[in-house]
Ligand binder design. Structure first.
Ligand code: NDP
Ligand code: 2IT
Length: 458
């Protein structure tokens, strides 16, 4: 799967009261395209509040909500195995603490810049609000590329990153976790360095920890499982289920792998996955154990999967979204479904798109899905299972407790059902039945905005 930069922004007009605010956002965040896109999408949905909630205008909620509370940018020096000194840039954007300590993942990927971290922090604020848990929104990361690095290099990078980050985080302040390029290995090195510097065994400072040292069951699986649980609830509104569905899932990382696992458990046939080199079509159905072996244990490319799987072929031409399917679950990165991809999916008869990744569909693509009246869920609703289970990890850490897999999984499923129902009910209340985008943005926004009104101008 390759990313293109042809995102078509802002084709639909905003409500007249909101347009001036968007102009300010563009002016004070010049060139931050991803951030502007995320703000625009929320502003499109919250138009009904412009007339009905005058206190939001009185207290300048929108203006304040678009400005991160704090943005930290720092140098991360580290030494390669052959003694070369490298420098990367580290970020932590503490976006909004109205509902709880800043909470959100760390992304290590060469494409990381301030615009990407700000868009992710902004989205995280409303996603975390939707979970119903006491967590604010934040995000961080670095333009460090983990690909091809040794374990020792990854460790030294994580230690250097934490040597600055530790002073900004804490159980009651800011609680990082994983995202692209940051999984269990990196969380271990980060936690180890935090403990060493602070001399505190503070489990609640980071989530996604190992199961023997404060981690929660199901956190590894949670985002992928949660996305499929959410999609299952959507299908149920049309009396349908995953059973027998042809499913295409982009990416082959943490979110994608556990979306494949749960979709297969629900009786679906997953026929394609991807990485940044291309996509694999396997009409016999993805071999999950082989995929896990290649990606989780060996950390290899999908070409290794194809070498060992005669029914699979690797394609580097066109797009994974050209493959006819009933259900599409984007689980790789932002803007991976552009307008023309959405058009192709609809032409090929897709019935449901639920986002495992953050902001994978560009505004033109969203409009195409909505016009076609397919079931379409935005990431801030459908991928909230990861951060929700992080909040369950914090809950277990705070009470020095440890829950079983089954108990935690049931909890996750209940949370995803709750978010689904909140989206449906809120969309109906505001006269947009079946619109998960409106439902998610309105419900997520209102809770944060009400807390900000209550807490005064800060
Ligand atoms: P991983 O690093 O585990 O996997 C990412 C996958 O996406 C890999 O297959 C990677 O391919 C591909 N990918 C990443 N960036 C690009 C790019 N720019 N172009 C093409 N392919 C790309 O990350 P996760 O699975 O954790 O995250 C996937 C998505 O889910 C992200 O959008 C993340 O923000 C979101 N998310 C993650 C959560 C979590 O708990 N981990 C929670 C909620 C959302 P390659 O290996 O070739 O780079
Ligand atoms: O985008 C996300 O929700 C995440 N990467 C997970 C954040 C978290 O704190 O678990």
């Amino acid at each position: 799967m390759r990313q293109t930069n042809n995102v078509r922004l802002m084709t639909q007009a905003l409500h007249a009261d909101l347009q001036p605010m968007f102009e300010i956002v563009k002016q004070v965040n010049p060139g931050h395209q991803e951030f502007q896109q995320a703000v625009y999408e929320v502003m499109l949905s919250i138009a009904p509040l412009a007339g009905s909630r005058p206190e939001y205008a009185q207290w300048s909620i929108l203006k304040r909500i678009c400005e991160p509370e704090r943005q930290i940018i720092f140098r991360v020096p580290w030494v390669t195995d052959d003694g070369k000194v490298e420098i990367n840039r580290g970020y932590r954007v503490e976006f909004n603490s109205a509902l709880g300590p800043y909470k959100g993942g760390l992304r290590f990927h060469p494409s990381v810049n301030l615009s990407i971290i700000k868009f992710l922090g902004f989205e995280q604020t409303f996603k975390n609000s939707l979970t119903g848990m006491p967590i604010g929104g934040g995000k961080g990361g670095s333009n460090f590329d983990p690909k091809g690095k040794s374990d020792a290099e990854i460790m030294r990078f994580c230690q250097s990153f934490m040597t600055e980050l530790y002073r900004h985080i804490g159980e009651y302040t800011d609680v990082p976790a994983g995202d692209i390029g940051v999984g269990g290995r990196e969380i271990g090195y980060l936690f180890g360095q935090y403990k060493r510097i602070t001399n505190r065994w503070e489990a609640g400072v980071i989530t996604g920890k190992g199961l023997t040292w404060g981690g929660a069951q199901v956190r590894t699986e949670a985002t992928g499982y949660g996305t499929v649980y959410f999609a299952q609830e959507m299908l149920a509104t049309r009396g349908d289920s995953f059973d027998g569905k042809r499913v295409v899932i982009s990416g082959s990382g943490n979110v994608a792998i556990y979306a494949v696992e749960k979709a297969q458990q629900f009786g679906a046939k997953v026929i394609a996955v991807s990485d940044s080199n291309g996509y694999v079509v396997d009409e016999a159905g993805i071999d999950l154990e082989l995929l896990k072996d290649v990606k989780e244990r060996r950390r290899e490319r999908l070409s290794a999967y194809v070498e060992e799987r005669p029914s699979a072929r690797l394609s580097v031409h066109g797009s994974i979204w050209d493959i006819p399917c009933d259900v599409a679950l984007p689980c790789a990165t932002q803007n991976e479904i552009l307008g023309h991809h959405a058009k192709k999916l609809v032409e090929n008869g897709v019935q449901l798109v639920a986002e495992g990744s953050n902001m994978p569909t560009d505004p033109e693509g969203i409009a195409i899905f909505q016009d076609a009246k397919i079931l379409y869920a935005p990431g801030k609703a459908s991928n909230a299972g990861g951060v929700a289970t992080s909040a369950l990890e914090m809950q277990q850490n705070a009470s020095r407790d440890s829950w079983s897999f089954e108990y935690t999984d049931n909890h996750l499923r209940g949370i995803m059902r709750g978010i689904h129902d909140t989206c449906i009910e809120t969309a109906e209340t505001y006269g947009q039945p079946g619109d998960y985008v409106a439902g998610a943005n309105l419900a997520g926004y209102i809770k944060v905005a009400d807390a900000m009104v209550a807490q005064g101008v800060i």
